[in-house]
Design a protein around this ligand. Sequence first.
Ligand SMILES: [Zn+2]
Ligand SMILES: [Zn+2]
Length: 284
Amino acid sequence: MVEQLAHTEINRRRIAEVERCFGASGQPLALPGRVLLGEGVLTKECRKKAQPRVFFLFSDVLVYGSIVLSGRRYRAQRVIPLEEVTLEPLPETRQARHRWLIRTARKSFVVSAASASERQEWMGHIEEGVRRQLRASGRAPSTEHAAPWVPDKATDICMRCTHTRFSALTRRHHCRQCGFVVCGDCSRARVLLPRLAPKPQRVCGLCYRQLAAQRRQGEGEGAVGGEGGPGAGSPSEAGAGCGVSSGDEDDDDSEEDKEGGGEGDWPSRIRFYDSGVSWSSFHS
Ligand SMILES: [Zn+2]
Ligand SMILES: [Zn+2]
């Protein structure tokens, strides 16, 4: 199907339309051989709350963004190479249904569809795309995954010391290694996590000790110290005692949280293009 759609006029027009909706804020999406396989709105669990996000499944990447005006204007584009993606269905709960985890080495997050069948459709198409990409590249499925961030409102107290209570003055922070919501005192350490960012990242005390131990072990075994293993770089207590840990300066998730959910008139359908046109109702 991908082959059939590649180089077709309809595919070219669909991709041009996605580019147009993101405008200058997005990157060029038309590539020789790339096919737009499907699109639709999913609810993405961001740090502060769940927000509708528009998703586009291409033959080689998954693209999503914030909805400024449904079907017309999107922004805050993210592009995830499919070969880095693994999916994990999440159990149904009364409050949260049809959810699954999209995991990559750099970032993992929870999305939900409007129905079980839509979840099945999305997951099936994404997994098929991942398999196709891995086959083509000869790579093994990715095994390193960023921990998804625990949403802010999931806890009122620090998940490490369990006594600090969060308030307007006592900010929540996220450990970049385990994704837990922790207090400033429990997350003073910064460790270089090369798969996440070039700068040392905030980690909780437990992850700091584990990463430091792994690193020592790596050195003990004669590995090239500080270059390869998890926690490579130097765990350092940078920021400790300097009293400036005033928040998650660099977290893109809070940037994303500022993005609105659009006008509320979400597209009422998801569309997958590879199997003819399969329509399923969205938010019926
Ligand atoms: Zn704490
Ligand atoms: Zn941690």
